[in-house]
Design a binder for this molecule. Structure first.
Ligand SMILES: [Zn+2]
Length: 133
């Protein structure tokens, strides 16, 4: 398992004020990686033809593993143990725009987009642009 601590630190630091900074913290990223192996899920989608369609280049595609992680986010929010929501990761691949990688965690943030989202209200993460994501 490969965990990039610089990337996780950037996720935490780039989390909007309205979103729980744990949503892409060390625990959730580790669970994501464990889920690849344990649940045998890819970041893309396995089609009805049995072929694998990657999500790494298509903004807005969640992919099978992200969908599974979003169930955990729903459970954490329903637990009532956190003041800030974990949101729902709307895309595996971020949107590269204006020098940042934009990761929406609500459908509202996804439709508003990186230049118009409100950090006090909208659920998103912005990280420094990185072509490797
Ligand atoms: Zn993954």
């Amino acid at each position: 398992m490969n965990i990039n601590t610089d990337q996780i630190d950037n996720f935490i630091a780039g989390t909007s004020e309205a979103l729980n900074p744990l949503t892409m913290g060390y625990g959730m990223v580790t669970l994501h990686e464990v889920s690849h192996k344990y649940n045998n899920l890819i970041d893309g989608i396995v089609g009805s033809d049995g072929k694998e369609y990657p999500a790494s280049s298509i903004y807005g595609v969640q992919g099978d593993n992200v969908k599974k992680m979003n169930i955990i986010r729903t459970e954490l929010d329903a637990s009532g143990n956190f003041t800030l929501p974990f949101g729902q990761r709307r895309s595996y691949s971020p949107l590269d725009e204006g020098g940042v990688n934009f990761h929406p965690f609500s459908s509202e943030a996804k439709s508003i987009g990186p230049s118009k989202v409100n950090p006090k209200k909208d659920l998103f993460i912005k990280t420094p642009y990185n072509k490797f994501k």
